[in-house]
Design a protein around this ligand. Structure first.
Ligand code: FAD
Length: 166
């Protein structure tokens, strides 16, 4: 697990965690803590020029579909720290100031080139490379298709496309 930054993020773009993510975390025993610390988004209030203009109640969006029938408000930077803490508890620490600068498909796995904190480069053989950033899709020469549905599928499948080494 590597990241080119020195520290975890301190800002949030994502505001809510969707039900499907909570369902997957539930399989790992992580959902309970997150739900306890988060806030179900039950409604949105819209304001215009300092006056409340509208309220859109969501209710239980996924009732009868999910044990987590809501979007959970849980900021992205807190989410990142949450995952880092659980990774640490599982014996995995993020290697920081380490940048993926390229990779090759060896046929049996991936040979990644990593630039470390001192600027030197080394290779790392791995079964898979898993990442979702635009830059890494660019390394893999994967362009995003036009339709949102196809885009979603691409985002989730292509960056994790290597066979395990045996
Ligand atoms: C305005 C906005 C609102 C959003 N709202 C929501 C929301 O409400 N709910 C939701 O689920 N999603 C939301 N999203 C989407 C969500 O923010 C992204 O899907 C999510 O941040 C992607 O996570 P990620 O870990 O793949 O990428 P990032 O969060 O971008 O993290 C990528 C990490 O990889 C590191 N990195 C990048 N390149 C390299 C490299 N070459 N080598 C090593 N490390 C590298 C970066 O330092 C960074 O730490 C929103 C996005 C935006 C822009």
């Amino acid at each position: 697990m590597i990241d080119k930054t020195t520290d975890p993020g301190t800002t949030s773009r994502a505001v809510v965690v969707q039900a499907r993510i909570l369902e997957q975390y539930d399989q790992l025993g992580l959902a309970g803590t997150m739900v306890a610390d988060g806030l179900p988004m039950t409604a949105v209030n819209l304001w215009a020029a300092g006056r409340k203009a509208a309220r859109a109640p969501f209710g239980d969006l996924g009732a009868d579909l999910s044990p987590f029938p809501y979007a959970l408000i849980y900021p992205q930077d807190e989410h990142e720290r949450f995952l880092i803490a659980h990774l640490h508890a599982a014996g995995v620490d993020v290697e920081r100031r380490t940048e993926l600068v390229g990779f090759d498909d060896t046929g049996r796995g991936v040979r990644a080139t990593l630039r470390g904190p001192d600027g030197s480069e080394q290779t790392c053989d791995a079964a898979y490379i898993a990442a979702a950033t635009v830059r890494i899709r660019a390394y893999a020469k994967c362009s995003l298709p036009a339709s949102p549905a196809e885009r979603t599928r691409m985002c989730f499948t292509l960056p994790m496309s290597r066979r395990p080494a045996r």
